[in-house]
Design a protein around this ligand. Sequence first.
Ligand code: ARG
Length: 300
Amino acid sequence: MKKFKKVLAATVAATMLISMAGCGGTTADDTAETTTENTASAEDGGSSETPADLTSNEGVLVWATNAEFPPYEYHEGDSVVGIDAEIADYIGEQLGLEVQCEDMAFDSIIPAVVSGKADLGIAGMTVDPDRLENVNFSDPYVNAGQVIIVAEGSDIATADDLAGKTIGVQLGTTGDQYVTENITDATVERYNKGFEAVQAVQQGKIDAVVIDGEPAKQFVASAEGTQILDEPLTEEEYAIAVSKDNEALLNEVNKILAEMQENGKMAEIVNKYLGDNAEAVDDGATQESSDEAVETTTAA
Ligand code: ARG
């Protein structure tokens, strides 16, 4: 990896700055010719692949996400920004690859990684046994967990009170899984966007939302009259999904994640978004929604 860094010329660094814009503006392909000069050495895990060969499209690192999940990934103008966007950019930078983001429905991310449409799934994605049947996960990069959001004045005070209630989740998430499997007689309303579920609580259409803790804070800050219950429901770890057919890339990602932990880069990125300065999501343009669940079932 150090070798890659050395060969990254100033021109590449400049191009990387452009690609740092995230999902928005990475069309230039100036990196390719320079990066083909990079060769992986034996110390990089014995892989004979060059960084350019590590991905489906030579010279390009495509990461799939669902940018409805602040502060991990959300829209800012035409770009996708957030913790995961910065991690993706950093990985691309270290590998000398142009970074492209594909924003899609959350439950399309793993299929995209499996099919090779995307090289990485980076989406505040929890390591979970079902997913491990289809993809590999990197080492975890952050701890997280599900929380409960209710309207202020709700009679729901603990997880036990969720039985028999109408509960909103984001479709295909571990929150969806948790409620579906664990809450007796719940009606599960599945939304494409977590914030739509929170708006439905705000409007009294549903009783609660089960969703990851950090997005919950941002959503509640943007939905007056909603609150998070103190007691967390689950303990989870986020990691990066990689195709089972691409162990070389998995190894590179793990090495870079370890470096980021050691050199303070990960802490810097996380603190930037989770610190006191973390901003609430923009309630306007980027969060317009229908408030209609896309799917409803009765749980457990
Ligand atoms: N951590 C949860 C899961 O893995 C939710 C992730 C949702 N991420 C997103 N980008 N919408 O299922």
